[in-house]
Design a protein around this ligand. Structure first.
Ligand SMILES: Cc1cc2nc3c(=O)[nH]c(=O)nc-3n(C[C@H](O)[C@H](O)[C@H](O)COP(=O)(O)OP(=O)(O)OC[C@H]3O[C@@H](n4cnc5c(N)ncnc54)[C@H](O)[C@@H]3O)c2cc1C
Length: 269
């Protein structure tokens, strides 16, 4: 093997650049991870400095690959009150960043832009309006962040739930639902919250008793139960662009305007 002049082996492909712009980037250590499937994991990172964010914002992670920094945004699933940043990530086959990111072990570092950004849930929760959150797989992350935050604020008397919140999450298989246990528990504990997961490959899971089919079809079925009506909508769509386009179409046909429908699309159509 080739060794450098100090007798050390060449850096692994995910090694953080030595000449990084420290005003732009912090380093963040991987402190834990939970693998849900071969291509899907929840990871918690601890930045070396404060990285303030609001629920619904994303952090931009980076790795130095072949001499340049490759970066991508990832929605934050943790409550801002937690000390660490939690992310729910899918490894895209041959994805330039997600594939090497998947290989970063606990204890290693990544780069993280010092400013978290995003306006997706900026206005949420809108007072007096029922809310519908619709996600495909990892698109549940920003909703987990706001739900953890709302639960904490409700317990502290800082937020009074006045309208229902419905979260719908679609995946191919139940193992991809990621936060199903946490969200079912929240549903059982909080009268204001309902969680409805759906899987699109139920033939692989004969024991599954929940909804089946695409999440936009489940939206069509359950949206009315929140009591939401045009002019009083707060609909938030996150993840797969096709789901977003279909869900937007469904809600528009029911009379909701684009102002009532917010979107966070994870990749281009
Ligand atoms: C605001 C925002 C928040 C995001 N939050 C998350 C998140 O919480 N978790 C997460 O896993 N990803 C999230 N993404 C997507 C993420 O930023 C990357 O695009 C993704 O990890 C793929 O990057 P890559 O370099 O591995 O793939 P690239 O080499 O950039 O290839 C991406 C291509 O793969 C295809 N593709 C297939 N499946 C996906 C997929 N699931 N995501 C993206 N592209 C896909 C698309 O056609 C896309 O053009 C978010 C994107 C945005 C814009």
């Amino acid at each position: 093997m080739w060794l450098d002049r100090n007798g050390l082996p060449p850096p692994a492909p995910y090694t953080v650049a030595r000449m990084i712009d420290t005003e732009k980037y912090a380093t963040a250590t991987v402190v834990s991870r939970r693998d849900l499937a071969t291509d899907l994991w929840v990871v918690r990172i601890k930045p070396d400095c404060e990285l303030p964010f609001r629920p619904g914002q994303y952090v931009t992670l980076g790795l130095e690959i072949d001499g340049h920094i490759v970066e991508r945004p990832y929605s934050i699933a943790s409550d801002p009150a937690e000390g660490e940043i939690e992310l729910f990530i899918e490894r895209v086959p041959e994805g330039e960043l997600s594939a090497p990111l998947h290989e970063v072990p606990i204890g290693e570092t990544t780069l993280a832009r010092r400013r978290c950004k995003g306006l997706f849930l900026k206005d949420a929760p809108v007072e007096g309006r029922p809310h519908v959150f619709v996600a495909t797989v990892t698109g549940i992350a920003p909703f987990v962040s706001i739900l953890r935050s709302l639960r904490r604020r409700a317990a502290a008397g800082e937020w009074v739930p006045d309208q229902p919140v419905l979260a719908l999450q679609g995946a191919s298989r139940s193992e991809e639902l990621g936060y199903a246990d946490e969200l079912r528990k929240l549903d059982a504990e909080c009268p204001w919250f309902t969680y409805i997961p759906t899987i699109s490959r139920p033939w692989d899971e004969p024991g599954w008793e929940g909804e089946t089919g695409r999440v936009e079809d489940v939206l069509r079925k359950h949206a009315d139960a929140t009591g939401m009506s045009p002019g009083l909508g707060a609909i938030y769509l996150c993840g797969n662009p096709e789901m977003i386009a279909n869900s937007r179409g469904i809600m528009r046909r029911r009379g909701f305007t684009d102002k009532e429908i917010r979107e966070e699309q994870y990749w281009p159509d």
